[in-house]
Design a protein around this ligand. Structure first.
Ligand SMILES: [Zn+2]
Length: 268
């Protein structure tokens, strides 16, 4: 869950007070007390420092893509007394973009009071612009993480190119630092087109089961090398799993189900 260490580790920018009607708890927060808030010197564009008495939203600069496009995260808290940190990541493969429909709505939907929500619309802005699965350097960002990373024939080039070395890509490095700094409880990554929850059920536990039930999906697990979820699970960064949309765009009702399923994610 969120810690003062986490808040101190990332620069934050408040992005306005009018995004959502927050249900504010009474003064006093279990997080951030004594936090050494980032200073304007750490981030020149900062308009407001992180404040334990302000629930957000805050926009965070996670890093930059290979071509220098920004990778951003938005933090929203349902109250000043949150108890679970959830991350939703809309896009990692640039040609699999349905997750943005979910992250867009998460920007404004009312939150449960106990939820500390981080929204990352995309970790692969170059791939999205270029219409590529991979990043601008031709590397599959979901084979590049330093957990069971593989190279060799299958991953040394082409669609699933894992990169010249583990975590070789700026997008991967930026997200590793970001995820370590916020230390989430549950992280969901959106993909296409397999139309299921891709989850190691015994390892992830109720989060993926609950999610599958909420969106009417079935679960399966296909281990692959160098994935973000595997790196998170082996790094002690909570539980992490994938939802695979179909190739076709989900209905608005389906997107609402996904939004509500994200808001309900918990580990116990
Ligand atoms: Zn994918």
């Amino acid at each position: 869950m969120a810690t003062s260490r986490a808040r101190a580790a990332v620069g934050v920018v408040a992005i306005g007070l009018a995004l959502a009607p927050f249900a504010l708890a009474a003064a006093g927060s279990s997080i951030g007390q004594g936090a050494a808030v980032a200073t304007t010197a750490e981030r020149g564009s900062m308009t407001r420092m992180w404040d334990p008495a302000f629930p957000g939203p805050y926009e965070i600069s996670v890093g930059e893509s290979a071509l220098g496009r920004p990778i951003k995260a938005v933090n929203r808290r349902g109250s000043l007394d949150v108890s679970r940190t959830v991350v939703a990541i809309g896009v990692i493969h640039g040609d699999e973009r349905h997750g943005r429909l979910v992250t867009d709505q998460l920007m404004t939907v009312p939150l449960p009071e106990d939820l500390d929500l981080w929204i990352v619309p995309t970790v692969n802005p170059d791939g999205e612009v270029l219409g590529l699965r991979q990043n601008a350097r031709g590397i599959d960002l979901n084979r590049n993480w330093p957990a069971n990373w593989e190279t060799g024939t299958f991953f040394s080039s082409g669609k699933y190119y894992s990169g010249p070395s583990p975590a070789s890509e700026p997008e991967t490095q930026a997200m590793m630092q970001f995820l370590e700094s916020i230390d989430p409880d549950v992280t969901i990554w959106y993909h296409s087109p397999w139309n299921r929850v891709d989850c190691n059920v015994p390892r992830v536990g109720r989060a993926c089961q609950d999610y599958a039930t909420a969106v009417g999906a079935w679960t399966a697990f296909a281990p692959r090398p160098g994935t973000a979820t595997d790196w998170m699970m082996t790094s002690g960064l909570g539980v992490s799993f994938v939802y695979e949309f179909a190739w076709s765009a989900p209905s608005s009702a389906a997107v609402r189900d996904h939004v509500n399923a994200v808001l309900a994610l918990r580990t116990s």
